[in-house]
Design a binder for this molecule. Sequence first.
Ligand SMILES: Cc1ncc(COP(=O)(O)O)c(C=O)c1O
Length: 361
Amino acid sequence: MRVPLFDTATPLAPLRGQLSAAVERVIDSAKYILGPEVSAFEEEFAAYCGAEHAVGVANGTDAITIALRAMGVGAGDEVVVPSFTFYATVEAIPPTGARPVFCDIDPDTYCITPEAVRRALTPRTKAVIAVHLFGNLAPVAEIAALGVPVLEDAAQAAGSLGQDGRPGALGKAATFSFFPSKNLGCFGDGGMITTSEQQVAERARILRFHGSRDKVSYEEIGYNSRLDELQAAILRVQLPHLDGMADGRRRAAGHYEHAGLGALVRLPAPTPGCAPAWHLYVVAHEQPDRVQAALTAAEIGCRPYYRTPVHLQAPMLQWSAGAELPGTELAARTHLAIPMSPVLAREQAERVTEVLAAALS
Ligand SMILES: Cc1ncc(COP(=O)(O)O)c(C=O)c1O
């Protein structure tokens, strides 16, 4: 039985008619940039998250740069950020003029902790980026209680639930990616900023359109970074199904647990009160290459995502001198993503477990 690492096609198959109709609707409207589909999706997505405002942008990387600037981050500031994340989380900081300050994660949850953030704070800290990695929710309220504004990087966490609500409404602002493989994915690139602060939303709207409100006068150097009408229409079809798909991801994690996978590898631990819509299901083992070889031989998809953490990537070395990140190093060395999707079946989870039981015993 082959088990793919992820499956984006099967969950979308029943929606094909609606997706085609949405594309035709946009073609008929002849409006392609910042029209009614984007406005409607912004309203629907903000309501889904429990935030007051949503601002559609071109991708999840721009979303972070623009959100940071809209939160007032600029030259000379510091932004605390985990190193164990996708490169883009950190790459988005220097274009604001600020510098990244790396902080450690808990290798059981893969998320930053208030203690690790506290150690990284200085008088120059202007914001913390709390990455909800793999769909697990970082403890935003506890971090905000340190007195520093939090930007959630929720690129991997659409559909997750926490004790304080959904990602997108937990920090001062939040960012999402709608890259096709994400929990809520479009058919190209797309991103969103959510916030309940009017000023942050307003500045993000200006920044996404060249720093202008009216296309005539320009207040600051901005970006051409907009979600387009086609992607918004496609996302509107999928949003009502996001919770169902997230339940499928939670069910899949349950299949692994019931199959006994936890006796063979370390399973990801949800943070307190979190019901993660696992974007990636990432296990850990002291010999990840052995696990990977066994799964690959059995035609089971798997791969490490962040074997070299961001602070050790060449362009980041200028900011990482002296960083001590033992949790990050452990996670980077031992992690491996195994199959996860809203439609991962019990038999597939049992097959993964059976292959690993044979290989690791
Ligand atoms: C944690 C995280 N942050 C940011 C991004 C950047 O999103 P995008 O690829 O849409 O620019 C991604 C996704 O690729 C991500 O996984």
